[in-house]
Design a protein around this ligand. Structure first.
Ligand SMILES: NC(=O)c1ccc[n+]([C@@H]2O[C@H](COP(=O)([O-])OP(=O)(O)OC[C@H]3O[C@@H](n4cnc5c(N)ncnc54)[C@H](OP(=O)(O)O)[C@@H]3O)[C@@H](O)[C@H]2O)c1
Length: 291
């Protein structure tokens, strides 16, 4: 039995489709099973929440492999970024050890560091350390930006491209190597089939592009190339903090999310991590159909 957290997310959706197609017995730890769509009838459901560690124990019963994707780049009413990413991962890995799990697969992030300026990448670094120190065999993936044709960020950029100009927060110079969720999911499938020993893979796509170039690519793919206007980071921060104060968790974007786009996420080894698992990541323009 495989326990999958984050099955409704960008990577989780692609991965769950592959796992159920192969007939693997899967249990999904979810907050709301309806968000699993048609796949919900093909899996066992464990209701749970990253902010509710007691829910992990039931979910782990009879499980040999955990694939832990669930994460949050914004504070939730139930828990902060630090609690949902750092502490919850530490608790889940401890519960997995106690439950006799044999393999723990975890998604960290490229550039995760306890010294990073962003709360999310600091929390991921602590989570990665907890996973690495576990007595269970571990596979850690550290991806650059992971995207799909209909993920929240791509959809937001497509909507913004309906306006006459596209707003780019900050200077837009941070560098990324976007990897398609389908390719990331194929890497996980290969790691699940792989041999012994703990491993860490950096997951990067074949292009190294700035945030601004990524905005341009998505709007071009939507058929609406637009003039781009830079808004200084302090203005973005003040605006988003104001929106958060007014709209609470309903805000369309938070400063913590926007700040992540100012931190480069690249791997010096490029696509080598994915290729060592037999996956050749596709260029973003080819996946999105940009000309
Ligand atoms: N996407 C990227 O660019 C990127 C970059 C670097 C690292 N990563 C890491 O890769 C992994 C997969 O990313 P992703 O893009 O697929 O994530 P995602 O699309 O943001 O999905 C997050 C998942 O976590 C679940 N989740 C959020 N809060 C939860 C909570 N309190 N309790 C239980 N589940 C909760 C969500 O479930 P609901 O349906 O209930 O919301 C969803 O299934 C994550 O660990 C992420 O940090 C992603």
């Amino acid at each position: 039995m495989i326990l999958l957290t984050g099955a409704t997310g960008v990577v989780g959706t692609a991965l769950l489709r592959r796992l159920t197609a192969r007939g693997e017995p899967i249990r999904c730890l979810v907050r709301d099973p309806r968000r699993l769509g048609p796949e919900r009838v093909r899996v066992q459901i464990a209701l749970g929440d990253l902010a509710d560690p007691p829910s992990f124990r039931n979910a782990l019963r009879g499980v040999r492999t955990v694939v832990h994707l669930a994460a949050s780049i914004r504070d939730q009413p139930q828990g902060s970024i630090e609690e949902l990413n750092g502490i919850a991962t530490w608790r889940l890995v401890q519960a997995a050890e106690r439950a006799g799990v044999e393999h723990f697969v975890f998604f960290s992030a490229l550039s995760a560091s306890v010294h990073d300026r962003t709360r999310f990448l600091r929390a991921k670094a602590l989570a990665e350390e907890a996973v690495r120190e576990s007595s269970v065999r571990t596979t850690i993936f550290a991806p650059s930006i992971v995207y799909s044709t209909d993920d929240r960020y791509v959809a937001l950029l497509e909507r913004l491209s309906l306006l006459p100009v596209m707003v780019v927060p900050g200077r837009g110079r941070a560098l990324f190597q976007p990897i398609w969720a389908g390719d990331a999911a194929d890497c996980v499938m290969a790691a699940l089939d792989g041999g012994d020993g703990s491993r860490r893979y950096e997951l990067a796509g074949p292009d190294t592009i700035s945030h601004e170039a990524m905005v341009a690519l998505v709007s071009r793919a939507a058929g609406r190339e637009r003039l781009r206007v830079h808004v200084p980071s302090p203005v973005v921060r003040a605006t988003l903090r104001g929106a958060e104060a007014l709209m609470k968790s309903k805000t369309p974007a938070t400063w913590d999310e926007a700040e992540l786009l100012e931190v480069s996420m690249t791997s010096p080894t490029g696509t080598a991590g994915a290729e060592s698992l037999g996956v050749r990541p596709r260029p973003m323009a080819a996946v999105l159909g940009a000309r």
